[in-house]
Design a protein around this ligand. Structure first.
Ligand code: HEC
Length: 266
């Protein structure tokens, strides 16, 4: 019987850490089922369909290379249940650090007790999601605007802060990157509109200036980034400053290509 593995997660959004896990997992099993968690109590950043299509784009080439069959399901509830339904005998878990490890060991113990036929396998997830890397994931776009979009949406989570929030505090993707007023952004901060709108967004910034800001925090008007933006530029172990210049320029190029939205943030 073909060995089937299941890799479950919320994948909201898909990160390079997930890709690292998939890259290893396709070499361990003949079939890999990617299970996208749907939690009715939690508003996702990307819809289940968007997450599935992101995963399909990115995982297919990795699986082809390893001659592993891929399948995709959505699930809510217990991961072992999803694994049993999919006929999986291996449960793939990604590990980022030692905190993950302690938690995952406890989970593995519980899962083993609930489903003795299913074995947990721990695989390393890429530690520094932002750090430059010699071998980028084969399937992620490597240049140009497509890479900028991928970095903006799937890796750097710019929308997590720069999207307006809806009544339920879910990020509003229909007004992508249009900013949030004071009291409405993360930690109550105001978050600027970074669509290319001339008056209320980044319309007057050049791509070079945006890329430079993501490295140094210096604005064209001489001001410097503060608050949460300064934190994500700097990062605790790696931040936007650690992206390559080409990647910062790709993000800037993508930002200039999205629809301008008029939304004045004071
Ligand atoms: C953790 C929240 C957070 C994330 C993630 C984030 N930003 Fe920001 N950003 C902010 C805040 C808050 C400010 C306002 C900073 C200040 O007050 O100096 C800001 C400011 C900016 C500005 C300056 C705009 C202006 O008019 O002054 C740009 C450009 C920008 N961000 C781009 C980005 C890009 C591109 C990304 C993703 C690669 C991103 N940000 C991710 C919170 C965030």
């Amino acid at each position: 019987m073909a060995r089937t593995a299941l890799y479950a997660g919320s994948f909201d959004p898909v990160t390079n850490g997930h890709l690292d896990v998939v890259r290893h997992a396709v070499r361990l099993a003949e079939k890999l089922v990617i299970a996208v968690g749907v939690n009715p109590g939690k508003a996702p950043l990307f819809s289940a369909d968007e997450r599935l299509s992101m995963l399909k784009d990115i995982c297919a080439p990795l699986a082809r290379e390893a001659k592993c069959e891929l399948d995709y399901v959505t699930f809510s509830g217990l991961v072992v249940e999803a694994a049993r339904k999919a006929g999986a005998t291996l449960l793939i878990r990604g590990l980022r650090d030692s905190t993950d490890f302690n938690y995952e060991m406890q989970m593995a113990g519980m899962n083993e007790a609930m489903a003795p036929g299913i074995q947990s396998v721990f695989l390393p997830a890429w530690l520094a999601t932002f750090a430059p890397r010699e071998n980028p994931p084969t399937a992620a776009p490597t240049t140009g605007q497509a890479r900028g979009e991928y970095l903006t949406r799937a890796v750097s989570h710019c929308g997590e802060c720069h999207n307006p929030r809806t009544m339920t505090m879910a990020t509003d993707n229909s007004r992508f990157l249009a900013g949030a007023a004071k009291g409405k952004g993360p930690e109550g901060s105001a978050v600027p509109n970074i669509t290319p709108d001339r008056e209320t967004g980044l319309g007057s910034w050049t791509e070079e200036q945006i890329a430079d800001y993501l490295e140094t925090g210096n604005k064209p008007d001489g001001d410097v980034a503060g608050g949460l933006m300064a934190e994500v530029i700097q990062g605790s172990s790696a931040g936007y400053k650690d992206l390559t210049k080409a990647d910062r320029l790709a993000i800037a190029n993508y930002l200039k290509s999205i629809p301008p939205i008029k939304n004045k943030i004071d």
